[in-house]
Design a protein around this ligand. Structure first.
Ligand code: SAM
Ligand code: GPP
Ligand code: MG
Length: 292
Protein backbone atom coordinates (compact mmCIF):
# COMPACT_ATOMS: atom_id res chain seq x y z
CA UNK A 1 0.00 0.00 0.00
CA UNK A 2 1.47 3.39 -0.90
CA UNK A 3 -1.11 5.94 0.16
CA UNK A 4 -3.06 6.89 3.24
CA UNK A 5 -6.82 7.24 3.35
CA UNK A 6 -7.65 9.56 6.21
CA UNK A 7 -10.72 8.62 8.23
CA UNK A 8 -12.02 12.19 7.83
CA UNK A 9 -12.97 11.15 4.34
CA UNK A 10 -10.21 13.20 2.78
CA UNK A 11 -7.88 11.16 0.63
CA UNK A 12 -4.32 12.45 0.92
CA UNK A 13 -1.48 10.81 -0.95
CA UNK A 14 1.54 10.49 1.28
CA UNK A 15 4.29 8.51 -0.41
CA UNK A 16 5.78 5.89 1.90
CA UNK A 17 3.07 6.07 4.56
CA UNK A 18 0.93 2.99 4.98
CA UNK A 19 -1.33 4.13 7.84
CA UNK A 20 -2.94 7.37 9.04
CA UNK A 21 -0.40 7.45 11.90
CA UNK A 22 2.50 7.25 9.44
CA UNK A 23 0.89 10.09 7.48
CA UNK A 24 0.96 12.20 10.67
CA UNK A 25 4.62 11.34 11.23
CA UNK A 26 5.50 12.19 7.62
CA UNK A 27 3.83 15.59 8.04
CA UNK A 28 5.54 16.14 11.40
CA UNK A 29 9.02 15.68 9.91
CA UNK A 30 8.17 17.54 6.71
CA UNK A 31 7.35 20.59 8.84
CA UNK A 32 10.17 20.28 11.37
CA UNK A 33 12.69 23.15 11.31
CA UNK A 34 13.80 23.62 14.92
CA UNK A 35 16.88 25.81 15.41
CA UNK A 36 18.24 23.23 17.88
CA UNK A 37 18.64 20.93 14.88
CA UNK A 38 19.40 23.30 12.00
CA UNK A 39 21.88 25.53 13.81
CA UNK A 40 23.75 22.52 15.13
CA UNK A 41 23.86 20.99 11.64
CA UNK A 42 25.15 24.25 10.21
CA UNK A 43 28.32 23.81 12.33
CA UNK A 44 29.81 21.32 9.85
CA UNK A 45 27.01 20.20 7.52
CA UNK A 46 26.06 17.00 9.40
CA UNK A 47 22.38 17.28 10.27
CA UNK A 48 21.22 15.04 13.13
CA UNK A 49 17.88 14.33 14.76
CA UNK A 50 19.22 12.52 17.78
CA UNK A 51 20.82 13.41 21.08
CA UNK A 52 24.37 13.58 22.38
CA UNK A 53 26.66 11.54 24.60
CA UNK A 54 29.94 12.14 26.41
CA UNK A 55 31.43 14.61 28.84
CA UNK A 56 31.05 18.32 28.16
CA UNK A 57 34.33 20.05 27.34
CA UNK A 58 33.95 23.04 29.63
CA UNK A 59 37.44 24.29 28.73
CA UNK A 60 36.35 24.61 25.09
CA UNK A 61 33.17 26.47 26.13
CA UNK A 62 35.04 29.12 28.08
CA UNK A 63 33.39 31.98 29.92
CA UNK A 64 29.57 32.17 29.83
CA UNK A 65 29.84 35.96 29.70
CA UNK A 66 31.93 35.83 26.51
CA UNK A 67 30.03 37.04 23.37
CA UNK A 68 31.19 33.89 21.54
CA UNK A 69 29.85 31.57 24.27
CA UNK A 70 26.51 30.69 22.59
CA UNK A 71 28.27 29.77 19.35
CA UNK A 72 30.67 27.53 21.27
CA UNK A 73 27.77 25.93 23.15
CA UNK A 74 26.05 25.06 19.86
CA UNK A 75 29.30 23.55 18.55
CA UNK A 76 29.65 21.56 21.76
CA UNK A 77 26.09 20.14 21.60
CA UNK A 78 26.75 19.20 17.97
CA UNK A 79 30.06 17.52 18.86
CA UNK A 80 28.21 15.37 21.43
CA UNK A 81 25.52 14.41 18.88
CA UNK A 82 28.17 13.34 16.36
CA UNK A 83 29.95 11.42 19.15
CA UNK A 84 26.69 9.48 19.58
CA UNK A 85 26.80 8.46 15.91
CA UNK A 86 30.45 7.44 16.26
CA UNK A 87 29.48 5.00 19.03
CA UNK A 88 26.66 3.56 16.93
CA UNK A 89 28.99 3.09 13.93
CA UNK A 90 31.72 1.51 16.09
CA UNK A 91 29.18 -1.14 17.09
CA UNK A 92 28.47 -2.12 13.47
CA UNK A 93 31.70 -4.15 13.46
CA UNK A 94 33.91 -4.65 10.39
CA UNK A 95 32.33 -3.08 7.30
CA UNK A 96 33.95 -3.23 3.86
CA UNK A 97 33.80 -0.53 1.19
CA UNK A 98 31.70 -2.85 -1.00
CA UNK A 99 29.07 -3.38 1.69
CA UNK A 100 25.60 -1.88 1.84
CA UNK A 101 24.26 -0.44 5.10
CA UNK A 102 20.65 0.48 5.81
CA UNK A 103 19.64 3.44 8.00
CA UNK A 104 16.01 2.91 9.04
CA UNK A 105 14.51 6.32 9.77
CA UNK A 106 17.44 8.32 8.39
CA UNK A 107 16.22 11.86 9.07
CA UNK A 108 18.34 14.50 7.32
CA UNK A 109 21.11 11.95 6.77
CA UNK A 110 23.88 12.94 9.21
CA UNK A 111 24.49 9.34 10.32
CA UNK A 112 24.54 8.11 6.71
CA UNK A 113 27.23 10.60 5.72
CA UNK A 114 29.33 9.66 8.75
CA UNK A 115 28.93 5.94 7.94
CA UNK A 116 30.13 6.47 4.37
CA UNK A 117 33.04 8.62 5.52
CA UNK A 118 34.09 5.94 8.01
CA UNK A 119 33.70 2.80 5.85
CA UNK A 120 33.62 4.02 2.22
CA UNK A 121 30.52 1.85 1.75
CA UNK A 122 27.06 2.38 0.26
CA UNK A 123 24.41 3.64 2.65
CA UNK A 124 20.70 3.42 1.91
CA UNK A 125 18.33 5.40 4.12
CA UNK A 126 14.56 5.47 4.46
CA UNK A 127 12.36 8.14 5.99
CA UNK A 128 8.65 8.90 5.81
CA UNK A 129 9.42 12.56 5.10
CA UNK A 130 9.97 13.67 1.50
CA UNK A 131 11.52 16.92 2.80
CA UNK A 132 14.07 14.97 4.83
CA UNK A 133 14.90 12.63 1.95
CA UNK A 134 15.44 15.60 -0.40
CA UNK A 135 17.57 17.33 2.22
CA UNK A 136 19.72 14.22 2.77
CA UNK A 137 20.15 13.61 -0.97
CA UNK A 138 21.07 17.26 -1.61
CA UNK A 139 23.69 17.13 1.16
CA UNK A 140 25.14 13.90 -0.27
CA UNK A 141 25.35 15.50 -3.74
CA UNK A 142 27.00 18.64 -2.33
CA UNK A 143 29.59 16.41 -0.65
CA UNK A 144 30.17 14.52 -3.89
CA UNK A 145 29.01 11.20 -2.36
CA UNK A 146 25.57 11.04 -3.97
CA UNK A 147 26.51 7.77 -5.70
CA UNK A 148 27.10 6.12 -2.29
CA UNK A 149 24.58 7.74 0.03
CA UNK A 150 20.89 7.73 -0.86
CA UNK A 151 17.72 8.49 1.06
CA UNK A 152 14.28 7.50 -0.12
CA UNK A 153 10.74 8.01 1.05
CA UNK A 154 9.68 4.64 2.33
CA UNK A 155 8.19 2.81 5.29
CA UNK A 156 10.96 1.07 7.24
CA UNK A 157 8.59 -1.87 7.86
CA UNK A 158 8.31 -2.58 4.14
CA UNK A 159 11.53 -1.65 2.37
CA UNK A 160 12.56 -2.30 -1.24
CA UNK A 161 15.86 -3.90 -0.19
CA UNK A 162 16.62 -7.45 -1.22
CA UNK A 163 16.60 -10.28 1.30
CA UNK A 164 20.08 -10.56 2.84
CA UNK A 165 21.34 -7.45 1.00
CA UNK A 166 22.57 -5.48 4.03
CA UNK A 167 25.82 -6.14 5.89
CA UNK A 168 24.46 -4.04 8.75
CA UNK A 169 21.48 -1.88 9.57
CA UNK A 170 20.40 0.47 12.32
CA UNK A 171 17.75 2.64 13.91
CA UNK A 172 19.08 5.83 15.43
CA UNK A 173 16.24 7.16 17.60
CA UNK A 174 13.61 6.03 15.12
CA UNK A 175 12.30 2.74 16.54
CA UNK A 176 9.74 4.49 18.81
CA UNK A 177 7.55 5.11 15.76
CA UNK A 178 6.87 1.49 14.88
CA UNK A 179 5.82 -1.90 16.18
CA UNK A 180 9.04 -3.66 17.20
CA UNK A 181 8.04 -7.12 15.98
CA UNK A 182 7.29 -5.72 12.53
CA UNK A 183 10.50 -3.68 12.59
CA UNK A 184 12.82 -6.52 13.55
CA UNK A 185 11.17 -8.89 11.10
CA UNK A 186 12.13 -6.46 8.33
CA UNK A 187 15.70 -5.93 9.59
CA UNK A 188 16.09 -9.69 9.92
CA UNK A 189 14.92 -10.11 6.31
CA UNK A 190 17.29 -7.54 4.78
CA UNK A 191 20.35 -8.51 6.86
CA UNK A 192 22.62 -11.29 5.71
CA UNK A 193 23.28 -14.07 8.24
CA UNK A 194 26.12 -12.78 10.46
CA UNK A 195 25.06 -9.19 9.77
CA UNK A 196 24.87 -6.67 12.59
CA UNK A 197 21.89 -4.62 13.74
CA UNK A 198 22.31 -1.64 16.10
CA UNK A 199 19.78 0.63 17.73
CA UNK A 200 20.27 3.64 19.93
CA UNK A 201 16.97 4.43 21.57
CA UNK A 202 15.17 5.76 24.59
CA UNK A 203 13.17 3.02 26.32
CA UNK A 204 11.13 2.86 29.48
CA UNK A 205 12.59 0.81 32.28
CA UNK A 206 10.55 -2.27 33.30
CA UNK A 207 12.07 -1.96 36.77
CA UNK A 208 10.16 1.34 37.17
CA UNK A 209 6.89 -0.48 36.45
CA UNK A 210 5.05 1.37 33.67
CA UNK A 211 5.84 4.45 31.53
CA UNK A 212 6.27 7.44 33.87
CA UNK A 213 4.58 10.82 33.38
CA UNK A 214 7.85 12.06 31.86
CA UNK A 215 7.84 9.25 29.30
CA UNK A 216 4.21 10.08 28.47
CA UNK A 217 5.24 13.73 28.03
CA UNK A 218 8.02 12.74 25.60
CA UNK A 219 5.57 10.56 23.65
CA UNK A 220 3.10 13.44 23.36
CA UNK A 221 5.83 15.93 22.40
CA UNK A 222 7.09 13.82 19.48
CA UNK A 223 3.91 11.85 18.65
CA UNK A 224 5.87 8.67 19.25
CA UNK A 225 5.37 5.51 21.31
CA UNK A 226 8.37 4.66 23.48
CA UNK A 227 8.79 0.92 24.07
CA UNK A 228 10.18 -0.82 27.13
CA UNK A 229 13.65 -2.36 27.28
CA UNK A 230 11.99 -5.74 27.71
CA UNK A 231 9.98 -5.30 24.49
CA UNK A 232 13.20 -4.64 22.52
CA UNK A 233 14.87 -7.78 23.75
CA UNK A 234 11.80 -9.94 23.26
CA UNK A 235 11.10 -8.68 19.71
CA UNK A 236 14.76 -9.21 18.77
CA UNK A 237 14.77 -12.75 20.15
CA UNK A 238 11.63 -13.51 18.14
CA UNK A 239 13.34 -12.34 14.93
CA UNK A 240 16.74 -14.05 14.91
CA UNK A 241 18.51 -10.99 16.31
CA UNK A 242 20.74 -12.04 19.21
CA UNK A 243 22.05 -9.21 21.41
CA UNK A 244 25.83 -8.96 21.43
CA UNK A 245 25.93 -5.80 23.57
CA UNK A 246 23.40 -3.86 25.62
CA UNK A 247 24.94 -0.59 26.78
CA UNK A 248 23.19 1.78 29.13
CA UNK A 249 24.10 5.22 27.74
CA UNK A 250 21.93 7.09 30.29
CA UNK A 251 24.85 8.45 32.36
CA UNK A 252 26.60 9.44 29.12
CA UNK A 253 23.65 11.44 27.74
CA UNK A 254 22.79 13.40 30.89
CA UNK A 255 25.62 15.96 30.47
CA UNK A 256 24.27 16.76 26.97
CA UNK A 257 20.78 17.42 28.37
CA UNK A 258 22.03 19.51 31.26
CA UNK A 259 24.07 21.65 28.89
CA UNK A 260 21.22 21.92 26.39
CA UNK A 261 18.87 23.05 29.18
CA UNK A 262 21.07 26.14 29.65
CA UNK A 263 21.05 27.15 25.98
CA UNK A 264 18.84 29.61 24.09
CA UNK A 265 17.77 26.72 21.82
CA UNK A 266 15.69 24.87 24.43
CA UNK A 267 12.46 23.36 23.12
CA UNK A 268 10.71 22.67 26.44
CA UNK A 269 11.30 18.90 26.50
CA UNK A 270 14.62 19.07 28.35
CA UNK A 271 13.20 18.61 31.87
CA UNK A 272 11.21 15.52 30.85
CA UNK A 273 14.41 13.84 29.63
CA UNK A 274 16.46 14.91 32.64
CA UNK A 275 13.81 13.94 35.20
CA UNK A 276 13.04 10.56 33.65
CA UNK A 277 16.70 9.65 33.29
CA UNK A 278 17.30 10.69 36.89
CA UNK A 279 14.29 8.91 38.43
CA UNK A 280 15.20 5.70 36.57
CA UNK A 281 11.95 5.46 34.60
CA UNK A 282 13.64 5.99 31.24
CA UNK A 283 16.95 4.82 29.79
CA UNK A 284 19.06 5.72 26.79
CA UNK A 285 20.44 2.44 25.46
CA UNK A 286 22.45 0.97 22.63
CA UNK A 287 21.64 -2.59 21.62
CA UNK A 288 23.87 -4.34 19.08
CA UNK A 289 22.60 -7.68 17.81
CA UNK A 290 23.86 -10.40 15.47
CA UNK A 291 21.55 -11.72 12.77
CA UNK A 292 21.79 -15.48 13.24
C1 SAM B 1 14.10 11.34 15.49
S1 SAM B 1 14.28 11.16 13.78
C2 SAM B 1 15.86 10.33 13.69
C3 SAM B 1 16.59 10.60 12.39
C4 SAM B 1 17.96 9.97 12.23
N1 SAM B 1 17.96 8.57 12.53
C5 SAM B 1 19.01 10.69 13.02
O1 SAM B 1 19.61 10.07 13.90
O2 SAM B 1 19.28 11.86 12.74
C6 SAM B 1 13.09 9.89 13.40
C7 SAM B 1 13.06 9.48 11.96
O3 SAM B 1 12.30 8.28 11.84
C8 SAM B 1 11.58 8.36 10.65
N2 SAM B 1 10.46 7.40 10.69
C9 SAM B 1 9.49 7.26 11.62
N3 SAM B 1 8.68 6.25 11.30
C10 SAM B 1 9.12 5.74 10.12
C11 SAM B 1 8.72 4.67 9.28
N4 SAM B 1 7.65 3.91 9.55
N5 SAM B 1 9.43 4.43 8.15
C12 SAM B 1 10.51 5.19 7.83
N6 SAM B 1 10.95 6.20 8.61
C13 SAM B 1 10.27 6.47 9.74
C14 SAM B 1 11.15 9.79 10.55
O4 SAM B 1 10.75 10.09 9.22
C15 SAM B 1 12.44 10.47 10.99
O5 SAM B 1 13.29 10.61 9.89
C1 GPP C 1 15.24 9.29 22.74
C2 GPP C 1 13.87 9.54 22.20
C3 GPP C 1 12.72 9.11 22.98
C4 GPP C 1 13.74 10.14 21.00
C5 GPP C 1 12.46 10.41 20.32
C6 GPP C 1 12.75 10.60 18.86
C7 GPP C 1 13.28 11.95 18.57
C8 GPP C 1 12.25 12.92 18.24
C9 GPP C 1 14.60 12.23 18.58
C10 GPP C 1 15.26 13.55 18.38
O1 GPP C 1 14.85 14.30 17.32
P1 GPP C 1 15.23 15.84 17.18
O2 GPP C 1 16.71 16.02 17.19
O3 GPP C 1 14.50 16.35 16.02
O4 GPP C 1 14.63 16.46 18.53
P2 GPP C 1 14.98 17.88 19.19
O5 GPP C 1 14.35 18.91 18.34
O6 GPP C 1 14.42 17.77 20.58
O7 GPP C 1 16.48 18.04 19.20
MG1 MG D 1 17.89 17.52 17.91
Amino acid sequence: MTSTELTTGTSVFIPGASSPYQGDIARYWDQEARPVNLRLGDVDGLYHHHYGIGEVDYAALGDTADSAYEKKLIAELHRLESAQTDVLLENLGAIGSGDTLVDAGCGRGGSMVMAHQRFGCNVEGVTLSAKQADFANNRARELGIGDHVRARVCNMLDTPFETGQAAASWNNESSMYVDLHDLFAEHSRILGVGGRYVTITGCWNPRYGQPSKWVSQINAHFECNIHSRREYLRAMADNRLVPQAVIDLTPATLPYWKLRATSSLVTGIEDAFINSYEDGSFQYVLIAADRV
